[in-house]
Structures are given as C-alpha cells and as structure tokens.
Design a protein around this ligand. Structure first.
Ligand SMILES: *[C@@H]1O[C@H](CO)[C@@H](O)[C@H](O)[C@H]1NC(C)=O
Ligand SMILES: *[C@@H]1O[C@H](CO)[C@@H](O)[C@H](O)[C@H]1NC(C)=O
Ligand SMILES: *[C@@H]1O[C@H](CO)[C@@H](O)[C@H](O)[C@H]1NC(C)=O
Length: 288
C-alpha cells in the first residue's frame, strides 16, 4: 500500500462509523476497531480481580445489541486489561440478578466471529462467557472452571447448555459436579479451549493471525456458517431459560445464602488475589 489509497480512506471512514457505534459510554469495556476487527477489553476498575459485575453485564448487553446490526465488523476479540485475571467470576455482592438468560445466547448467535484471548483465570460466569464465544485460546496463565456447585448453585447464564457441546457429557459432569479447575493443558485436551500456548506472546500472535485471516472473508459467509453450526452445536433458548430459572431458584435457598457468606469471608470480599488464584483448591474449606 502506497500513500493514501481510496481503500484506506474508505476503511478509515468505516472505522470511525463503527467506533462510534461501539462507543456507548461503556464504563467497564474498552473497544478499538482495526479494519473489520473489533477488540473488546474487559476492564472493571472497581475490582482488583476484574469481577463480572452488573456494570460489566450491562456494558456487554449494549455491546452485543450494537454488534447484532454491525455489518462493518467481522471478528470480535475479547481480552482482559487485568494483569492477573481474565475475569475472576461474577460479583456476588449483591448476587446480581443475571440479565435475562439471553446475553450469552445472543453472543453465541452474533453474525461476527467471536474469539476469546484467555491470559488469566476465568471461572464461573467468566467461563460461561468464554464458552458462548465461538473460539477460545489460552496461555499457561489461564485457569478455567465452574465452581457454582460449591456455593449450592448451578450455572446461571447458560453455561450448562454450552459445556457438553464442547466437552461431552462425562467430562461436563466431572467438572460441573466437582467444581474443580481446568489448567490450560487439560482445557485444550478436553476441547474447552481450541489451543493452549506456553506464553502470552504466542497466544496473541496466533489469535491475531487467525483474526486477520477470518477478516479477509465475506461477512455474509461468516454469518451463514455460524448460524448453521449453531443449529447443530448451539443451545436453544429453552435450554438456557431452564438454566437461568434453576439458578434463580437455588439462590433463594438458605443453603446457598450461607455458602455465599462463607465465600465472601474466604475471599476477603472477593479481593484476595491469592485465594482467587487458587480458588479450586480453596473452595472445599467452605465445608470445614
Ligand atoms: C437490527 O436488525 C434487525 C434485523 O436483523 C432488525 O429487526 C432491528 O430492527 C435492527 N435494530 C436496530 C437497532 O437497527
Ligand atoms: C437478545 O437479542 C434479542 C434480539 O435478537 C433481544 O430482543 C434481547 O433483548 C437480547 N437479550 C439480551 C439479554 O441482550
Ligand atoms: C466484607 O464487607 C463487609 C461489608 O460489606 C464487612 O462488614 C466485612 O468486614 C468485610 N470483610 C472483609 C474480610 O473484608
């Protein structure tokens, strides 16, 4: 490319239009558009472990609504600003009412390809979010899992419906009923992530190349292939609604409320980096 070509002017104008589209006054998401690739960085500055709070869920909701009608974006990359965590888990103070059950279902059905760059722990709703993306790539710093069972809960955002599609029934049962962690290697071996890398640099390099390759291709073909794959390997709205109603039912139980209080004590109100990093090992202490 030499000088300012017609095409670079056109793509600069497109980039402006889409940046405006995504600049919805987010407080916990940063967005940056490069051609038809949108990078979304999750940055909940109110939490040292990047908790998924109600603000994050609201921002994601508005982002997804904008993307549903965004024909200039072909690939969405999700990453984290936090040095230690992708996003630890849901902020359970107060235990937020999950915004309908459809946020993650809507993410899975976006016309764009969605790719998560997982360079740190992502448990609970964060792992549900990852499973709703089309692809996940992880570094050795990633720790994944769903520990809801240890709080007397089920997964509330649709993750129970997504996981068997990736792992099969037996491994889904093993991990969801034990609440134990996946390291990056097992996550790759079992199909929870597409590929694991030893370093963050390799992770980013691979995803950037993949995103740029996908972004070459026509948006209509990408959206059509996604819709067809989702018919075979995507949950239905009814399945996700069941997950959500079970979550709401269980949060009201005395057992879950007691466990949540113990969880807050164990994690020092969700601020202990050490406990949050080792959460899989720490959780049985709720039952001491
Ligand atoms: C988004 O597109 C759908 C059709 O795909 C249309 O029904 C809806 O009105 C559009 N929404 C906005 C805000 O433009
Ligand atoms: C999901 O998308 C549908 C439109 O396809 C919309 O009506 C609904 O509000 C969205 N739900 C959430 C939680 O974003
Ligand atoms: C957690 O927060 C509550 C009130 O929000 C406070 O009473 C309690 O002391 C805090 N506990 C720790 C370990 O920080």
């Amino acid at each position: 490319m030499k000088g300012i070509s017609f095409f670079s002017v056109v793509s600069a104008v497109t980039a402006l239009a889409t940046t405006e589209l995504h600049n919805q006054g987010f407080t916990t998401l940063q967005t940056s558009q490069s051609g038809s690739i949108l990078t979304v960085t999750i940055d909940n500055t109110a939490s040292n472990v990047n908790l998924i709070s109600l603000n994050v869920l609201d921002d994601l909701d508005r982002l997804v609504t904008a993307l549903q009608n965004d024909s200039a974006t072909k690939v969405v990359l999700f990453r984290s600003k936090n040095r230690d965590f992708f996003a630890a888990h849901l902020d359970v103070t107060p235990l937020v009412q999950l915004p309908g059950s459809n946020l993650l279902l809507n993410i899975s059905r976006l016309p764009q390809a969605s790719i998560a760059i997982v360079d740190g722990p992502a448990r609970g709703i964060s792992n549900e979010f990852l499973m709703a993306c089309d692809m996940r790539f992880a570094s050795a710093k990633a720790i994944l899992g769903n520990f809801e069972v240890s709080l007397g809960l089920t997964l509330g955002a649709g993750g129970v419906s997504f996981m068997p599609l990736l792992l099969g029934r037996g491994r889904t049962m093993e991990y969801l009923l034990s609440g134990k962690d996946f390291n990056a290697q097992d996550a790759e071996k079992y199909g929870l992530v597409n590929k694991a890398f030893t370093s963050s640099e390799e992770l980013y390099k691979y995803v950037n190349q993949l995103a740029n390759r996908i972004a070459l291709f026509p948006a209509g073909a990408l959206a059509s292939i996604k819709a067809a794959v989702n018919l075979v390997a995507g949950p239905t709205a009814d399945q996700v609604r069941f997950d959500s109603s079970e979550f709401i039912r269980l949060t009201a139980t005395v057992e879950a409320q007691g466990l949540l209080q113990r969880f807050l004590a164990l994690t020092k109100n969700q601020t202990s980096v050490g406990v949050e990093l080792r959460l899989g090992e720490e959780l049985p202490k709720l039952y001491n």
